[in-house]
Design a protein around this ligand. Structure first.
Ligand SMILES: [Zn+2]
Length: 199
């Protein structure tokens, strides 16, 4: 799906204010409220819109954030990433290619920071690590940069695989649904009907 001007405007408004009403968005963008609501449903289905949250300020909460770099064997990268992912204090995990994993970690105080680092030293797959505490956050924006013409990679609504070819579009209850192949269309219809029967 290629994002057009309307998509970009809607997503920008939502990125700034997740509480914006569909009516207000519609007014600002110059489309109807049902258009906004069906587009938002589509963004959610496509996985472009992962959810709505509130921004809290770590500084105001007196928390400490660190940027952590971990070096391990390339074969251990996914194991380390899974371990980090499971920890509540670890907020972001990035695989850097090769043997590096980076993470942003937020700890409630220095005692927790010291404990976290001590635990890290016990993980045998970690060959080396380094961390720096964030002293000040100069800029912090949501990662997606919105621009007209961006090609959002659609995932098949049934098998969830990314679709690089033209998807098969079917209309169910007035909404567009995207599938990768006719087999998925068949299975998806079955699943959809079953779900509807259950409602
Ligand atoms: Zn599929």
């Amino acid at each position: 799906m290629k994002l057009d001007k309307v998509d970009v405007k809607i997503l920008e408004i939502l990125q700034r204010d997740g509480r914006a009403s569909f009516r207000d968005i519609a007014k600002k963008v110059g489309v109807t409220t049902p258009t906004v609501s069906s587009k938002v449903a589509l963004y959610e289905q496509m996985g472009i819109l992962k959810g709505f949250g509130a921004y809290l300020d770590t500084d105001a909460l007196g928390e400490i954030s660190i940027i952590l770099s971990i070096k391990c064997k390339p074969s251990d990268v996914s194991k380390i990433a899974e371990k980090l992912k499971a920890l509540e204090d670890v907020r972001e995990v990035y695989l850097m290619g090769g043997s590096w994993v980076h993470a942003k970690v937020t700890l409630v105080d220095t005692t927790h920071l010291n404990e976290f680092i001590a635990d890290l030293a016990k993980v045998e797959e970690i060959l080396d690590y380094d961390y720096k505490a964030i002293v000040d956050t100069v800029k912090e924006e949501p990662r997606p940069v919105l621009s007209e013409g961006i090609h959002a990679v659609l995932t098949c609504f049934y098998c969830r695989k990314p679709m690089h070819d033209k998807p098969v579009k079917i209309k169910l209850d007035g909404k567009d649904h995207f599938l990768c192949c006719n087999t998925c269309v068949k299975e998806y219809r079955k699943k959809y009907e079953k779900l509807k029967d259950g409602m």
